[in-house]
Design a protein around this ligand. Structure first.
Ligand code: HEC
Length: 153
């Protein structure tokens, strides 16, 4: 197994359901799939979480009927939020596709608190991602077109 994953196992194993800790937040972020979209290099490296890019957003657009969205820099999103404010936000926010908002709405409060502690532990917020674009606007970044293709015939 790669060094990344071996190192992560003791951290994750130490975090139990109901705990409020950054270690539990790391676990929740992996199981929740948050790194798949919000962490640069995660998919390309086979699931390695680079501390420099962890949840700092990815400037790759997702284009569809909603326009173009970018997986936000979550460090920047929480930088001015208290833990209480984050829990309230996470239970109620809306976002454009492909953000799986309902997964976050459904999280246990202790897991949301842990997620907050984990994001806060990641260090400098860094730069926000590009603003979402309305339908029809041409992105200035690489982007993925997400639209159904109907079968021929
Ligand atoms: C399939 C890709 C994808 C996955 C998986 C994903 N996100 Fe997102 N996320 C996005 C996109 C794209 C946006 C921006 C949506 C918009 O512009 O409205 C976003 C936005 C957000 C926002 C709003 C940020 C703000 O400042 O308004 C939060 C919070 C968030 N994601 C948290 C999470 C968490 C927590 C997880 C894991 C449980 C997660 N995301 C998994 C793609 C994803």
């Amino acid at each position: 197994m790669a060094a990344c994953c071996l190192a992560a196992i003791p951290v994750i194993a130490a975090a139990q359901s109901g705990d409020v800790s950054a270690a539990r937040g790391l676990y929740v972020s992996i199981i929740g799939g948050c790194h798949d979209c919000h962490t640069g290099g995660y998919n390309e490296s086979g699931g390695k979480i680079d501390p420099a890019t962890a949840l700092a957003g990815v400037p790759l657009g997702y284009s569809g009927p909603w326009g173009t969205s970018y997986a936000s820099n979550l460090r920047d999103s929480v930088k001015d939020m208290s833990e209480e404010e984050f829990v309230k936000f996470a239970k109620t926010f809306t976002a454009k596709p492909p953000m799986p908002v309902y997964n976050v709405h459904a999280m246990e409060e202790t897991d949301l608190r842990s997620l907050y502690l984990y994001i806060k532990s990641l260090g400098s917020p860094g730069a926000p991602m590009p603003e979402a674009l309305p339908p029809g606007a041409e992105p200035a970044t690489p982007y993925i077109v997400m639209e159904p293709v109907m079968p021929k015939g």
